[in-house]
Design a protein around this ligand. Structure first.
Ligand code: CO
Length: 210
């Protein structure tokens, strides 16, 4: 037990040493502040690490993660991260990245009651209902889950566009692109779903905010 967690602190010491060997100013420079150009909204899954899979370093990406990379409009945590990233850090790209084999998506496909988390999964189930015609028609459960992951990412891109935070940035001519990606845990490849939103016109007019 002790060993398991002490390993992390030992690793930290080794990492600091390595960084300083490469660049004695490394921490001094990082401590000056952050100017990341990306906001990453990804799944909490331990296998989908934003920096590792995109080859980015500390300081390059502002990150928010939750189960199944959801953009829930009553989630103060997500809204605060989004607001700070867009209004203060002025990130240029927001990336929603889902992943195949997502436990949240698989749980949302099932009917088993799992407890508190059911309230979170319900938001994912809503995505299934919007796309039920397409998803119900896929007989293979694995293929159905994969497509569910993809349409879920598309809906979260939409959901970001619906926020006043993103729409106000567009209104102020702030360059801001919202992308939808899926990471494949089987081969490490990220697929761009090409559902990028760049202005309010990409949304149905019912969502437009004046
Ligand atoms: Co997941």
């Amino acid at each position: 037990m002790e060993k398991l967690y002490k390993k992390l602190l030992d690793n930290n010491k080794k990492w600091v040493k390595k960084q300083l060997a490469q660049d004695p100013q490394y921490f001094k420079n990082l401590a000056k502040g952050q100017t990341p150009e990306y906001l990453w909204i990804g799944c909490s899954d331990s296998r989908v690490h934003a920096n590792t899979i995109t080859g980015t370093d500390p300081g390059e990406m502002f990150v928010h993660r939750n189960i199944a990379n959801m953009v829930v409009h009553t989630d103060m945590n997500m809204l605060s991260v989004l607001s700070y990233a867009v209004e203060v850090l002025k990130v240029k790209h927001i990336i929603v990245c889902g992943h195949y084999g997502c436990g949240g998506i698989l749980a949302a496909m099932g009917n088993k009651q799992v407890g508190l988390i059911d309230n979170w999964l319900r938001h994912i189930k809503d995505v299934y209902r919007y796309h039920h015609k397409e998803l119900d028609a896929i007989a293979d459960e694995n293929e159905k889950a994969k497509r569910f992951v993809e349409v879920n990412v598309m809906e979260q891109v939409h959901d970001l566009g619906k926020t006043s935070i993103v729409q106000n940035a567009w209104k102020n001519k702030q360059p801001l692109h919202v992308h939808g990606w899926v990471y494949d845990i089987h081969d490490g490849i990220i697929k761009d779903l090409n559902v990028t939103f760049t202005c309010t016109k990409d949304l149905h007019s019912v969502y437009h905010l004046d």
